[in-house]
Design a protein around this ligand. Structure first.
Ligand code: NDP
Length: 448
């Protein structure tokens, strides 16, 4: 049995059987059987069903947020925000169903029409850090385009995804359209990747597993969307509003206890402002409230597991510049930690995926761009400056899929999200995500 723990207490909160490869096959068969009828649902009816699902997520918002908070150890305030986004995602894609249409292209002797056809059965494989949010980012566009799905959440955090599957049925989405199975990635995930009846894998997780997904998908030329890791740079120029940049920096790397692919874990600071910024950062980091995720004023909870805590700890060898407080006793706690580093240190080169920020000085704009890009990843990042032209120049020069200027927020329902380089490819959210769940068909009609 899979014993699901609350990482803040280490107590079991659920016991689930591990799904097997045969269960995966059954889920794929159900999704395949449901596909012809689902793709034929009239656009306005499909939209209505997605809107109903959004409404049910809102109605059950508190229940879902509680469950997510207990399973992931995330502060209840954050969990409520994330569930709110899940509802917004389904509202958005309900509205997108009948706006994702083709073109007419004049050609010699006739006209070309394009159609956006669904792919068929898609496998959605999600991680443990934002289970429900990331599931919705994939489900919304997949269903809007007329695909049926098999969703495999991470075994550490399957509870809200399983509940979402029930809500989809309650919303009236026909049986077989949304199938949720909880089982190990190496068995169930791998089976979905290799299954000949699965047309696409939408994957979020580590770069290492992403690589394996891509290799496995090659056997059947499956489409893949990969949302992988990051070591994003938060670039602070001396001409920035330093108080604002420093006040915002802790949230950008300690949010979700740093278990965020968008974490701005490398804080690059122009040398002229370095000492002042560190002083301000210390003032902003010390008060971060780490503790009981159920308490409404908690800002950071525990890490997901004992194993993960060990891995995060391996990045800090005792000489932290700032170390916050964390509860003792049960729970996988780790304090907010800031280290001074160079970009060659392991803490800057590898994804920590924990509440550890590496502060790195730079000399000038060119140096900042060089360091920001000196990583195999390219997911997210921020630029802090009062010089608008510089902000744009640097934003264009950083090889990253999602950047923000004078802000650390980069994920919005309406706007594309995804990586450059080894952070993956394909885009989630916004209208861009629809391209990843449909195929363009070109039909030529002779008018001769
Ligand atoms: P993993 O890559 O270990 O797992 C992600 C998902 O893949 C899980 O559901 C896992 O199942 C499954 N999986 C594992 N092995 C296979 C396989 N061989 N074939 C198919 N599926 C498999 O990542 P984590 O869950 O540990 O999440 C943390 C990582 O994800 C971090 O490195 C982070 O950067 C990245 N991430 C990236 C995001 C992005 O949007 N770019 C967002 C969130 C996280 P199971 O765990 O049940 O075995």
């Amino acid at each position: 049995m899979n014993v699901v723990l609350n990482p803040a207490t280490e107590e079991p909160i659920a016991e689930l059987p591990h799904a097997t490869a045969e269960d995966a096959d059954r889920a794929v068969a159900a999704a395949k059987g449901a596909f012809p009828a689902w793709r034929a649902v009239a656009p306005e009816d499909r939209a209505r069903l997605l809107r109903r699902l959004a409404g049910l997520v809102e109605e059950h918002g508190e229940e879902l947020a509680e469950l997510e908070s207990r399973n992931v150890g995330k502060p209840i305030g954050d969990a409520r925000g994330e569930v709110g986004m899940v509802a917004d995602v389904f509202h958005f894609y309900a509205g997108a169903v009948d706006k994702h249409h083709g073109e007419t292209i004049p050609v010699a002797g006739g006209v070309d029409l394009t159609f956006r056809e669904p792919l068929g059965v898609v496998g959605l494989v999600t991680p443990w850090n934002f289970p429900l949010n990331i599931a919705s980012w994939k489900l919304g566009p997949a269903l809007a385009c007329g695909n049926t799905v098999v969703l495999k959440p991470a075994e550490l955090t399957p509870l809200t995804s399983l509940r979402l599957g029930e809500l989809a049925l309650e919303a009236g989405i026909p049986e077989g359209v949304v199938n949720v199975i909880s089982g190990p990635g190496s068995v169930v995930g791998q089976r979905l990747v290799e299954h000949p009846d699965v047309a696409k894998i939408g994957f979020t997780g580590s770069t290492e597993v992403g690589r394996r997904v891509m290799e496995g998908a090659a056997g059947t030329i499956k489409r893949v969307t990969l949302e992988l890791g990051g070591t994003s740079a938060n670039v602070v120029f001396a001409d920035a509003d330093l108080e604002r940049a420093a006040a915002s920096a802790p949230g950008a790397v300690f949010g979700n206890a740093g278990q965020d692919c968008c974490a701005r874990s490398r804080i690059l600071v122009e040398r002229r402002a370095y000492d002042r910024f560190l002083e301000l950062l210390e003032g902003a980091t010390r008060p971060v409230k780490v503790g009981d995720p159920q308490s409404p004023d908690t800002e950071m909870g525990p890490l997901i597991s004992a194993e993960h805590r060990e891995q995060v700890a391996s990045f800090v060898d005792g000489d932290a510049r700032i170390r916050g407080d964390a509860p003792g006793g049960p729970g996988f706690w780790f304090p907010c930690t800031v280290v001074e580093a160079t970009n060659d240190d392991r803490v800057a080169r590898e994804e920590v995926f924990g509440p550890v920020a590496a502060v790195i000085p730079f000399e000038d704009e060119a140096d900042a761009i060089r360091i920001a890009n000196d990583t195999p990843y390219g997911l997210s990042g921020s630029i802090w400056t009062e010089n608008g032209a510089r902000a744009l120049r640097v934003a264009r020069a950083i090889d990253s899929g999602v950047l923000s200027v004078n802000s650390n927020a980069s994920v919005r329902v309406q706007a594309p999200f995804g990586g450059f380089k080894q952070s993956g490819f394909g885009r989630e959210l916004g209208l861009h995500a629809l391209a990843g769940y449909s195929e363009v068909k070109n039909v030529y009609i002779s008018t001769g």
